[in-house]
Design a protein around this ligand. Sequence first.
Ligand SMILES: [Zn+2]
Ligand SMILES: [Zn+2]
Length: 159
Amino acid sequence: MLCPCGSSLSFNACCQLYITQQKHPSTPEQLMRSRFSAYAMKNGQYIFDTYAAVPRLKQSVTEIQTWADECIWLALKIHETDNTTVEFSAYYVVDNTLCELREKSNFTLELGQWRYIDGNITVHNENGTIKRNDLCPCNSYPTAWSAKKGKKFKHCCAK
Ligand SMILES: [Zn+2]
Ligand SMILES: [Zn+2]
């Protein structure tokens, strides 16, 4: 299985190593990618655990888990990254609506580990309705991880 983060590596050679704590992300981008992969794999606990200590106080694993479960996570695109920030777009379907969330996220090192602080959302678009018999929207994203070329939504990411 390809890694959801779009690295074109297999999941077990990429973000799974971080999500299972066998390795720690050494850059904000690696942490960002692993958090997206955790959403795609419906692992709310990892997303919670990788918040920085202060913003984590306002988070709930249950709420994160509900959001991860409600969405079909199609693709991640990294636009720009520097020492403490990552700008990305996440593409997903929720309630049959195709969405793009573009965010510039802030990260910090805590006890030697990268943690997510918060982000400024610059785009939050709804890009139309997806029906089960439509061509799967993942076909339009080069970094989509589950793309089955030319398949209908119901036979691809909606499965
Ligand atoms: Zn990955
Ligand atoms: Zn698909």
